[in-house]
Design a protein around this ligand. Structure first.
Ligand SMILES: Nc1ncnc2c1ncn2[C@@H]1O[C@H](COP(=O)(O)OP(=O)(O)O)[C@@H](O)[C@H]1O
Ligand SMILES: [Mg+2]
Length: 245
């Protein structure tokens, strides 16, 4: 059974649809890459899957883990095992990453978090990501550099271990070291069986992953799907042959 099954999805804002009938199927543990020109609707698709209330679904459905989630709130979707890393992560003064994650884990499991285990998990994850433990106690993302914000998101990804993570240009604008850390975190997530939808313009984050499928989205529709080889093909030739289609 597919983990995520999107059928005939039309969605957008008050002024009209941005997505014009998207079909997409992601099986457990698969890695899908979503490519397309600027403004094609990639982030919108991610946001609609996550249940961002800024977007309205006008047709079609989103089935996740056997359940129709089309009408669920974003927080209920997160509890079911969906996760999205944002192009521009929010700064949250007054809330540390540590308390944020403790709440999220409690919500997800419905049980209080065992502090000793939790601290140990934090310690191990920080080590994996080459992250100073002090970040976890600071206000979430406040004063973090671009690279630190992305590391903090990958930290959340590993701590929460969702069933499906959507990464929206998590690698853009990062220096070589930060990309390496982010890639390493994503690789660990994938090896542990997590499914991924990766929105990216670069191949660096994909190098350590086994890409199952690539999709090209143009003007709110998926116009082509293929295997891993499509990523290189597009990086060499651009979107021209897809845009006209
Ligand atoms: N909240 C919004 N309000 C108004 N327009 C939006 C909103 N979100 C997306 N759009 C528009 O929808 C189109 C697709 O945007 P987006 O999904 O961000 O594209 P991509 O991520 O592929 O670059 C763009 O024309 C964008 O301006
Ligand atoms: Mg975008």
């Amino acid at each position: 059974m597919a983990l995520l099954e999107i059928k005939g999805l039309k969605a957008g804002i008050e002024e009209g649809d941005i997505l014009h009938g998207v079909d997409l199927e992601v099986n457990p543990g698969e890695t899908h890459v979503l490519m397309g020109p600027n403004g094609a609707g990639k982030s919108t698709l991610g946001n609609v899957i996550m249940g961002n209330p800024a977007y309205k679904v006008t047709d079609g459905s989103i089935i996740f883990d056997g359940e129709d989630i089309t009408k669920l709130t974003a927080s209920d979707r997160a509890k079911k095992g969906l996760f999205m890393s944002f192009q521009n992560p929010l700064e949250v003064p007054g809330l540390s990453l540590e308390s944020f994650l403790r709440n999220a884990l409690r919500e997800k499991t419905g049980k209080p978090v065992r502090i000793f285990q939790y601290k140990k998990q934090i310690e191990e994850t920080c080590k994996l990501l080459d992250m100073d433990e002090s970040y976890v106690e600071r206000d979430m993302n406040v004063g973090f550099s671009g690279g630190e914000k992305k590391k903090a998101e990958i930290f959340q990804l590993l701590m929460l271990s969702p069933k499906l993570a959507i990464l929206d240009e998590t690698d853009s604008g990062l220096d070589v070291d930060a990309v390496r850390t982010v890639s390493k975190g994503v690789e660990i997530f994938s090896k542990n069986g997590g499914a991924l939808i990766i929105i990216t313009h670069s191949t660096r984050i994909l190098e350590a992953l086994r890409v199952d499928k690539t999709h090209v989205i143009v003007k709110g529709s998926i116009v082509a799907s293929g295997g891993a080889e499509m990523v290189d093909e597009i990086n060499n030739n651009g979107f021209e042959s897809y845009v006209g289609a």
